[in-house]
Design a protein. Sequence first.
Length: 128
Amino acid sequence: MSGKYKGVFINDKSERPPVIDKGKVIDVSTGEVINAEINDGIDFDKLPFKVAKTMPNIPHSYVVRNSMNNDEYVKLYKAIIEKGRVGYFYKTRRIYYYRGDGYKYWYMASRVCSSGIINRADENISYG
């Protein structure tokens, strides 16, 4: 499905992430500026991301799902699925959600019921 989306992405599962330039999200296939207003309904104040210290060569942060943040966690997980774009971590295929806030988000478990961690990293960093 291609076309404008309420958030900041075109949901076509393209191999190429959108270009983000000074707060504007641009569809790389058309050059069209996509609505850059972050309107995904996720309260990130309830998702305390922590810096991952065990992998200093792969800088990223993570949030652990718990009873206090479950609703926002599930919203973010669903946003990754619904608005995410295909990307790669070395040779591993992942779905990344480029929210328009300078980060890309991804989950580690393929089902929300078994998901306990969501990661985020600078959107301009890639591996592979």
